[in-house]
Design a protein around this ligand. Structure first.
Ligand code: HEM
Length: 142
């Protein structure tokens, strides 16, 4: 990921974070539309989860300047996702819902370059989470 891409992600996040509650609603709405079977993985009341997801994304966006310092927390997050019964293929759906949400929230500010930069960030985060989850003793065995 290039320094320009980091700047694009961080500056676009600044536009989304003031509307993070709306963004979270859009995100989960889209996610369960794309794959209704994912709803059952989450508790009935996902209010708290919405806040946590947005906080974690903010943490990662700010952490882009020092990825080496956040990687162990991202690995631990991935390992906890085994307990939530999350499978590697779910990451693609979540990524699609995230990009769609950013597009809705940012409008014309969501340029091709910004989209590409977010794809880069999400690919890095999800690869670290998936790999850590796969190697963990609590991995889901099919
Ligand atoms: C980069 C990708 C992701 C990030 C940053 C993320 C972030 C989080 C965070 C911060 C939590 C709160 C609990 C904790 O810290 O352990 C959480 C819980 C959870 N996540 Fe994710 N997540 C990601 C991908 C996914 C995917 C692909 C799924 C699949 C549908 C998923 C489903 C869940 C579920 C079911 C919970 C538990 C909800 C609950 O029981 O309260 N997450 N996630």
């Amino acid at each position: 990921m290039t320094p320009e891409q980091k700047t694009l992600v961080q500056s676009s996040w600044k536009l989304v974070s003031p509307i993070s509650s709306t963004a979270a609603d859009l995100f989960y709405g889209r996610l369960f539309e794309l794959d209704p079977s994912l709803r059952s993985l989450f508790p009935d009341d996902i209010h708290e989860q919405k806040v946590k997801l947005m906080q974690m994304l903010a943490y990662c966006v700010h952490g882009l300047d020092h990825l080496d310092r956040i990687v162990s927390n991202v690995q631990a997050l991935g390992i906890r996702h085994n307990d939530y019964r999350v499978k590697p293929e779910h990451y693609q759906t979540v990524g699609a819902a995230l990009l769609w949400t950013l597009e809705q929230g940012l409008g014309p500010a969501f340029t091709d370059e910004t989209r590409q930069a977010w794809i880069e960030v999400y690919t890095i985060l999800s690869s670290v989470m998936i790999e850590a989850a796969r190697q963990s003793p609590n991995a889901i065995l099919e």
